[in-house]
Design a binder for this molecule. Structure first.
Ligand SMILES: *Cc1c(COP(=O)(O)O)cnc(C)c1O
Length: 402
């Protein structure tokens, strides 16, 4: 056994979160055959299945839907699910209850948040800034939101964003962690800079929620969105969420007012009167089966602190980088992810010639990360179910492939 493999064993033995792995469905570990056991490093695209999910979903289908039918909207708590599950996500992103509603996709929530932010910013501001490397859907939606609100959209490099925001800026949309490089942006400082210019900030937490502390309330964030199928393990297509800070809720003017955000949804009145609170972010009928999977998935967080998860995430990515450095032939990969902890999310991105073929071969050997065009190998680290031996094995297989 190599020194690094021995150290991996010691780190796993000392890991307080190691027992959480039992709460997930993963390939069985195999200590003797390096290529036989899978290592799942794609939890930043689709989190693994928590073991509690199948039985809960089966119960919602067979009993709540099958037997109770329409009664479940009240008796099984279906109607309140978007706010109830929002309150389960709230502590993971540093929000007090009553500010997060679950539903729709991230893309749709980006639309609600960006248009909502422009409307909150008021007259005389006609510009939306987006981070230049934004996840494409966020950029597409911001561009359409700009067209609809009489704004122009301006992509700016993150390093000059604080200087770019000005008296004409209505809203700034920023990805907390860059999906490609894994760079973590400075949420407290950028929020303060945007607000000092009189604009509102919308944070996209897709790649940070569930991996690191966000502190939405503590840093006075205006609006935020995020998805739940990455580090929150809610399942494929799990509904996303929208955070509207309590101080903005009364004035939040959703561009998608639906009957679910009406003060009297069953009044069936022709004129729209918005309900107060987080529910104002709803649109139509919630997707109950997906919500059921998400709600059960969030149970793994019982008694788990985000701070502990963050500490382990940094230890895992540090260890992966150390193993890559030790095993991979010099010059074969370039690390894109910042080495500085303060600027690192929970993934490691490596630039590599023929990255697409390399990732294909890694997956064939059971090390599952993903490829991002044109030349990036992306490895996501979910501290809830990954250990240090997994990390060492992944780096070793990567070196063999290269
Ligand atoms: C994953 C991700 C999305 C996904 O959007 P959907 O509408 O849920 O498909 C959007 N934005 C960012 C930054 C993401 O990482």
């Amino acid at each position: 056994m190599s020194d690094l493999a021995i150290r991996a064993g010691e780190l796993d033995a000392a890991d307080e979160l190691a027992k959480l792995r039992e709460q997930f469905v993963l390939d069985a570990a195999s200590d003797h055959a390096a290529d036989a056991a899978g290592v799942y490093l794609d939890g930043n695209s689709l989190g693994a299945l928590p073991t509690a999910v199948p039985a809960h979903v089966a119960d919602v289908v067979a009993r709540e839907w099958g037997q109770l039918r329409i009664r479940s909207w009240t008796e099984s708590g279906w109607w309140e699910a978007p706010e109830r599950i929002g309150d389960l996500i709230a502590p993971l992103v540093g929000a007090a209850p009553g500010q997060i509603v679950v539903g729709d996709s991230t893309s749709v929530n980006v639309f609600k948040a960006v248009v909502g932010a422009v409307r909150l910013a008021g007259e005389g501001r006609d510009e939306i800034l987006v981070d230049e490397g934004t996840f494409p859907t966020d950029g597409y939606i911001a561009t359409s939101a700009a067209r609809m609100t009489g704004c122009t959209v301006r992509p700016v490099p993150m390093d000059s964003l604080a200087d770019a925001v000005g008296p004409r800026t209505a809203a700034v949309l920023i990805n907390h962690v860059d999906y490609r490089s894994g760079r973590l942006h400075d949420l407290p400082a950028l929020t303060a800079a945007v607000q000092a210019a009189g604009a509102l900030v919308v944070w996209d937490l897709c790649h940070s929620a569930g991996a690191l502390p966000v502190g939405l309330d503590a840093h006075g964030v205006d609006l935020a969105v995020g998805c739940t199928y990455k580090f929150l393990n809610g399942g494929p297509g799990a509904p996303a969420y929208l955070y509207v800070a309590a101080r903005h809720q009364a004035a939040f003017d959703s561009p998608l007012p639906g009957w679910n955000s009406h003060v009297e949804p069953f009044g069936m009145r022709p004129e729209f009167v918005p309900v107060d609170g987080a529910r104002r972010g709803r649109v139509g009928t919630p997707d109950i089966l997906s919500m059921a999977a998400l709600e059960a998935a969030l149970g793994v967080w019982d008694g788990v602190s985000v701070e502990a998860v963050r500490a382990k995430s940094l230890a895992l990515t540090d260890f992966f980088l150390e193993c890559v450095q030790a095993y991979v032939p010099a010059g074969r990969v370039t690390v894109l992810t910042p080495l500085d902890h303060a600027a690192r999310g929970s993934q490691v991105a490596l630039r590599c010639a023929d990255a697409s073929a390399v990732m294909e071969e890694l997956i064939r050997r059971g090390v599952v990360g993903d490829f991002r065009a044109p030349d990036v190998l992306r490895f996501g680290f979910t501290p809830l179910y990954l250990g240090f031996a997994d990390v060492e094995r992944a780096a070793r297989v990567l070196a063999e492939v290269l």
